[in-house]
Design a protein around this ligand. Structure first.
Ligand SMILES: C[S@@+](CC[C@H](N)C(=O)[O-])C[C@H]1O[C@@H](n2cnc3c(N)ncnc32)[C@H](O)[C@@H]1O
Length: 277
């Protein structure tokens, strides 16, 4: 099984969009980042691997926590996101390293105290093999801490625009719920079994509901519409169908429901997963 399709995907237009959206994504995911880092608790002197690090928000935070005696390595397949992560590290004089590689096979051995990820582990063609590989890269007793999405039905930020645009979009093909993608790890029981088979012990799944901020500033509705048309399942469907100009006013009208205090926020829900090697 190969990750070639995902490698193409994250190195194409989507990689560039995620670079443009880095600040907004980091703002939208602030509650997840805080919970992830609290659970991961990187300590001075530790070696940390951040899987699917993207633009590096969590790697940079880990580098700060582990200090000069530790190491923080961000691993990703997306050249544009890695370039952006490196420039952020340089600007912050932060000692984080960013490496290009398919995390499911990268490196023959490792001794990581902490392997972590914010939404970067749901894209492997063979997740069982990937997590067995991470187990080999972990130090004895090393921690695994990652965030993944709960089912789409609990993530209105993803389903709302699809519902609002349903009559404008062609019928969406039924998809395999376990195929690589944001919701591939929604079924906690299945992921727990996969982790155990891969050698990880004492897996816990903590439910993390949060308000995902998608619109703010002078025109929060327009901001939220542009978020919906850049990131998430609707962005892809709208791009493929070429219905951007019809989608905009429809989303603007419907998103008004979620405007409060000058911001647009939609419900999201993640699993915060921990285990040890
Ligand atoms: C949803 S993004 C999350 C990025 C980042 N962790 C964040 O929270 O902003 C998923 C990331 O996983 C990366 N990714 C997907 N498959 C990968 C693989 N096989 N090895 C390493 N990274 C991968 C993508 O390039 C992308 O940066």
């Amino acid at each position: 099984m190969s990750n070639a399709e995902q490698i193409d995907y994250w190195n194409g237009k989507v990689g560039d969009i995620w670079v443009q959206m880095q600040e907004r994504m980091d703002a939208a995911l602030t509650p997840v980042t805080a919970a992830l880092l609290a659970a991961a608790a990187p300590q001075p002197g530790e070696a940390v691997l951040d899987v699917g690090c993207g633009a590096g928000e969590t790697t940079l935070a880990a580098a700060l926590a582990v200090g000069e005696d530790g190491s923080a390595l961000g691993l990703d397949i997306s050249a544009p996101l890695l370039a952006h992560a490196r420039s952020r590290a340089e600007a912050l004089l932060c000692d984080a390293d960013f490496i290009a590689g398919d995390a499911s096979t990268w490196a023959d051995e490792g001794d990581f105290d902490l392997i972590m990820s914010r939404f970067g582990v749901m894209f492997f063609a063979d997740p069982g093999a990937a997590f067995a590989h991470f187990h080999r890269l972990a130090a004895p007793g090393g921690r695994l801490v990652f965030a993944c999405w709960q089912p789409a039905a609990r993530n209105l930020w993803a389903t709302f625009p699809m519902t609002a645009l349903a009559d404008l979009l062609p019928p969406q093909p039924a998809s395999d719920p376990h195929a690589p993608g944001p919701f591939a790890f929604a079924d906690a029981a299945r992921v727990a079994m996969m982790l155990e088979a891969a050698g990880w012990q004492d897996a816990t799944f903590h439910s993390l509901p949060f308000a995902m901020l998608i619109g703010s500033g002078d025109d929060p509705i327009a901001d939220a519409v542009s978020f919906n048309l850049k990131i998430g399942p609707a962005a892809r469907a709208v791009r493929d169908a070429g219905i951007g100009s019809d989608a905009r006013p429809r989303l603007a009208a419907e998103l008004g429901l979620y405007l409060a205090g000058g911001e647009v926020a939609l419900p999201g829900a993640a699993w915060l997963v921990t285990a040890r090697a």
